[in-house]
Design a protein around this ligand. Structure first.
Ligand SMILES: *[C@@H]1O[C@H](CO)[C@@H](O)[C@H](O)[C@H]1NC(C)=O
Ligand SMILES: *[C@@H]1O[C@H](CO)[C@@H](O)[C@H](O)[C@H]1NC(C)=O
Ligand SMILES: *[C@@H]1O[C@H](CO)[C@@H](O)[C@H](O)[C@H]1NC(C)=O
Ligand SMILES: *[C@@H]1O[C@H](CO)[C@@H](O)[C@H](O)[C@H]1NC(C)=O
Ligand SMILES: *[C@@H]1O[C@H](CO)[C@@H](O)[C@H](O)[C@H]1NC(C)=O
Ligand SMILES: *[C@@H]1O[C@H](CO)[C@@H](O)[C@H](O)[C@H]1NC(C)=O
Length: 382
């Protein structure tokens, strides 16, 4: 009888479901791994990360022996060049080639190196010291050396720390980069990133902003959905339900003011400490678990941020094991030191549960619900 409208409405429904699938976020969720002799050997760590379904790893200290353990794992690698090499790399392109010949050429593409950060938090300290020119020169030389080697698929950029580059973060729509870093360094760098289709890398810790701003409710920093956990941006009329999105949008607004609203943003470090000094009551495993699960769930939901519907391109959780990292930014100096950020114990059991696998989900709908709906639709069509 009159089957046509039914078929049409079901195929419309199918289309809607499929487009919901297609717009699900492409945010890659990775982890930061720093090798140390007090932990299991890298081979075991790589196997554990695979079993946790982690698809991207950031290596701030990319020892060749560690890179090698990721051969044929299909885990993408983000490598950082240490700050103490930047002077020579900026001055002499063969220093860039030398680094690439020891850290990339022997491994690529068996190890899926996708990204290189030329230095991290280079502008800490005195921003007018001329470090900006050295940084730009070094980034350009690494990029050119890769092209000379015929490698075009590795993204080259440098990593900043949110607290060191942002002048204000609220309201996010009015955020701008700090001067004189903006004028001296960011403007020419952003031009380079646009020309080379690269991304903006930023270490972004809601924990430190929360510690510096007592008026922020902890639930807002921890992705807890509660009626009073929000901040409105009066200029855009946008409501923020978590501090992470607010900080990401501050970066995006600052990029936009600089004329580069299309540059993808990669959150190179984020996390929450499970232990800290005596004035850090919130450095606790319960809060660390809430933050990391809230983060993973939020990034998987595909909702993006109010100013960028695709959200951040990648986000790397800091970190796999507790390490004695000394953060060199002022927020940490004021907040405390000696925090523990790792989510694995040295015996590789998880300190608390985080589900990295997630599968794909659409607007918070678990994959099996979507699959269920799809089979229902196919059932109706047959
Ligand atoms: C490798 O990883 C990518 C993205 O994580 C995925 O799309 C692809 O299917 C994987 N390939 C294999 C052979 O596992
Ligand atoms: C450039 O670096 C290479 C390799 O590190 C070195 O052999 C060469 O002498 C350097 N050139 C200059 C001008 O510093
Ligand atoms: C930025 O640089 C330009 C040209 O070098 C200069 O005229 C301007 O005053 C600078 N702005 C700030 C805020 O430093
Ligand atoms: C950047 O991406 C655009 C669009 O995908 C492409 O046309 C262009 O060739 C790319 N540029 C470089 C330098 O890779
Ligand atoms: C950090 O350093 C201290 C003292 O140097 C040491 O006792 C501790 O085991 C180290 N912690 C880790 C996780 O490496
Ligand atoms: C791993 O180490 C943690 C912390 O020392 C401990 O609580 C846990 O029971 C250990 N797990 C296993 C399987 O040994």
């Amino acid at each position: 009888m009159n089957l046509k409208p039914v078929a049409m409405s079901t195929s419309l429904f199918l289309l809607l479901v499929l487009s919901a699938v297609a717009t699900a976020s492409a945010t890659t969720i990775g982890v930061t791994y720093i090798q140390s002799s007090t932990q299991p050997p890298p081979e075991q760590v790589a196997a554990t990360l695979r079993s946790l379904k982690i698809t991207a790893v950031r290596l701030p200290v990319p020892e060749p022996s560690v890179i090698r353990t990721f051969f044929y794992t299909n885990i993408s690698l983000f490598l950082s060049i240490p700050n103490n090499l930047l002077h020579s790399i900026a001055a002499n392109r063969s220093a860039a080639s030398l680094w690439l010949y020891t850290h990339v050429v022997p491994f690529y593409p068996r190890a899926l190196i996708t990204t290189i950060s030329v230095g991290s938090n280079v502008l800490d300290g005195d921003p007018s010291s001329g470090n900006g020119d050295i940084l730009l020169g070094a980034v350009r030389n690494v990029h050119r050396s890769l092209i000379d080697l015929g490698i075009r698929k590795i993204t080259v950029s440098t990593t900043f720390s949110y607290v060191n580059i942002m002048m204000t973060s609220f309201p996010p729509s009015s955020a701008e980069f700090e001067e004189p870093i903006n004028n001296h360094t960011l403007k020419p760098l952003l031009q380079f990133l646009s020309e080379t289709n690269s991304s903006f890398f930023v270490n972004l810790y809601p924990y430190f902003v929360y510690k510096l701003r007592p008026e922020i409710p902890i639930g807002f920093a921890l992705f807890q959905q509660q009626p009073y956990n929000f901040r409105d941006d009066a200029i855009t009329g946008v409501r923020y339900r978590n501090l992470f999105d607010l900080m990401v949008d501050a970066v995006i607004a600052a990029l936009t003011i600089s004329g580069h609203e299309d540059i993808p943003v990669v959150v190179t470090e984020t996390g929450w400490p499970s232990y800290g000094s005596s004035n850090e009551l919130e450095a606790h495993p319960i809060y660390a678990e809430m933050y990391l699960n809230g983060l993973v769930c939020h990034l998987r939901s595909g909702r993006g941020t109010p100013l960028r519907k695709e959200g951040v391109a990648e986000a790397y959780i800091y970190e796999v094991f507790d390490t004695n990292t000394s953060f060199t930014n002022q927020a940490v100096m004021r907040v405390g030191t000696g925090q523990r950020w790792g989510f694995l114990h040295p015996n590789m059991s998880m300190k608390f549960k985080i589900d990295f696998s997630g599968g794909f989900s659409t607007n918070g709908m678990p994959a099996r619900v979507v699959l269920g709906l799809l089979s229902l639709v196919f059932g109706l069509l047959i």
